[in-house]
Design a protein around this ligand. Structure first.
Ligand code: SF4
Length: 398
């Protein structure tokens, strides 16, 4: 099994032993048959998976799909999150991060402050992840200057930055098309886009939770243009606000269709709404089992998106470890600093060392594999600290 995954995953899936939880559930068996036979899990089946009383059958099927692609390998990278500004012209109802320009806690990093965040870790990270608010005075040239300075000092660090709505905002403040904006940013050093801001790709839901943000189609179009100019991107889903099960499935199918067309999504990152300190009292919220179900169904429906991430900054280390046995093959990296989820109530530790992260991966019976940002270079990670050696036996495939 190559570390990077198995292109022949469907035929591999056909050869895996079928767990009792799957074989005893007609819906899971029908989905398994579709996947093996080059078919697709339909919208109706997706809705039924959400309504299936047997979570173990759904999660076991997702684990089979994950194992058919990657065996027991689980991927991570060594990265750092740096947020440029929390000043934002919008006020999404779920967002605890944004501040108005005159708020006492509003901040906007200048270039030196940004580089100062990277400097102490520049020898140990290979990616900086940067998103922020929609600053009313910043245009594309501000970010080009920032990225050029970052690449000049840290040429080996991959810059993953700017969500789709930030790209839309910069194109507007710069009077450029989205393609011109992305091309300029790419020339300045932007390597890829994160997936943030997808929320739920259904406009009546967006109108309730993030009025004024890009529309569903604009989100997809911006990612499509990035893919067209050779820039890979991630995609996300924020669930547990006001969406229905049908809305969640619509979201997943829209991403699947976009991936059919433009093929540049690397990783899907689902995460639930964190309610603390934010302003969406009618949100339904998501329980732990709901989170595991969403991750599992993502792996089953998104047959053309290579990776599914357990976003531990949001769902925490304990659920993330479980998610690695339910379809997720990728886990957030060392991170070092994170604001958006923490200001909304996340208590995930930010000082996790690579050894501790590897131990978390091993605790799920998986093999930690360090990857680069493009998922093109892989290295099995060997823990250097014997105090993190407690692991479960690895079962089945290697
Ligand atoms: S989610 Fe993004 S666009 Fe919306 S208010 Fe927060 S920072 Fe602004």
């Amino acid at each position: 099994m190559p570390l990077s995954g198995n292109e022949e995953w469907r035929s591999k899936l056909a050869k895996l032993p079928v767990p009792l939880a799957v074989s005893s559930d007609p819906l899971s068996m029908a989905c398994l048959k579709s996947l093996i036979e080059e078919g697709r899990v339909s919208r109706e089946q997706g809705i039924s998976l959400f309504e299936n009383p047997s979570l173990s059958s759904v999660s076991s099927l997702a684990d089979m799909v994950k194992k058919s692609r990657y065996g027991n390998n689980v991927f991570f990278n060594e990265n750092l999150h740096v947020n440029t500004t929390n000043v934002c012209v919008l006020a999404c109802r779920f967002c605890a991060f944004r501040k108005g320009p005159r708020h006492p806690e509003a901040y906007s990093l200048d270039i030196d402050e940004y580089l100062d965040r990277i400097r102490p870790l520049s020898e140990s990270i290979d990616e900086v992840h940067t998103v922020g608010g929609l600053h009313p005075k910043w245009d594309v040239n501000d970010y080009c200057t920032l990225f050029s300075a970052t690449k000049e000092e840290f040429p080996n660090i991959h810059i993953k930055a700017l969500t789709a709505v930030e790209i839309k905002h910069l194109s507007k403040t710069s009077s450029l098309s989205v393609e011109e904006t992305l091309s300029k940013l790419s020339e300045a050093g932007l390597d890829s886009l994160p997936g943030g801001g997808a929320e739920i790709l259904v406009d009546h839901v967006r109108d309730r939770i993030c009025m004024g943000k890009e529309s569903s189609q604009e989100y997809l179009d911006i990612h499509s243009i990035a893919h067209k100019i050779g820039m890979s991107t991630n995609c996300t889903m924020l669930f547990g606000t006001v969406e229905s099960i049908e809305d969640r499935v619509t979201h997943l199918i829209r991403l699947r269709e976009q991936q059919d067309a433009s093929k540049g999504f690397q990783c899907f990152v689902p995460y639930p709404f964190l309610p603390d300190k934010t302003r969406l009292p009618e949100a339904q919220l998501a329980t732990g089992s709901e989170i595991i179900r969403v991750i599992s169904i993502s792996r089953i429906l998104l047959d053309n998106i290579p990776h599914i991430k357990a976003y531990r900054m949001n769902i925490g280390d304990k659920l993330s470890s479980l998610a690695l046995t339910c379809g997720a093959d990728d886990i957030d990296g060392t991170v070092g600093h994170e604001e958006i989820m923490h200001v909304a109530g996340s208590s995930t530790r930010l000082d996790t060392s690579t050894d501790q992260l590897a131990a978390l991966v091993k605790s799920s019976g998986s093999i930690p594999v360090k990857r680069n940002s493009n998922y093109s270079v892989f290295e099995k990670y060997t823990t250097s600290n014997p105090s993190y050696s407690r692991v479960l036996p690895q079962i089945g495939m290697t």
